[in-house]
Design a protein around this ligand. Sequence first.
Ligand SMILES: [Zn+2]
Length: 248
Amino acid sequence: MAVAYFHFYAELNDFLPRNKRRMKITHNFAERASIKDMIESLGVPHPEVDYIKVNDIYVDFSYIVQDGDIIHIYPISVTDITTPTVSVRPQSLSVIRFVLDIHLGKLATSLRLLGFDTLYRNDYADEELAEISHTQARILLTRDKGLLMRSLVHHGYYVRSTNPQQQILEVLRRFDLFNLVSPFQRCLRCNGLLESIAKEQIIDQLPETVQLQNNEFHRCQECQQIYWKGTHYERLQQFIDGVLEQKE
Ligand SMILES: [Zn+2]
């Protein structure tokens, strides 16, 4: 039996059993395995890892673990004193877009409200989510660690909080998005972009009170849903203000 010693840093410990957090993990192994597979067998999904040092040398995911290796694994939040010569972090995305798993419906609505391109359906299968994330270069947000471990997933993040109010702050902080917030640009139902539309064009679709009280309308270019500053508007604006106040 060979042995390797693992040190996981910062939030990577969230994935370890309580009795193994923030300490050296002694891992016995009999079969030849890549460091990626071994990290995941200990419970940590690969998209959460930024860089890996083995016996003080930076390695990528393909490194084959050797007997006696001392392995340090760092998440994105930890900056090393020296710049890593090898990073396993995927190339940064020029446009931040998301795809969310079934458990994150409220977070999807919040992200759309804040203007972020966010795919969500409550019937996406796991394969589909991984495929969409891969082919469309979308960050997969999930509460399912197994889903993040799929090899197709490069850009992914495990949402820690189960509270939707906290989740939106967690995602904005993790991806540094506060300055990109652009509210009321997207359809909350389908993610389509909104366009302003003249009242005359849609007047027959509006309830009478809405016709009388509003002059400004937007329509989703995809599903044709019409939006106006109705009773929900103030609550949504308060939600947005509350989120932006948390910017650090
Ligand atoms: Zn729509």
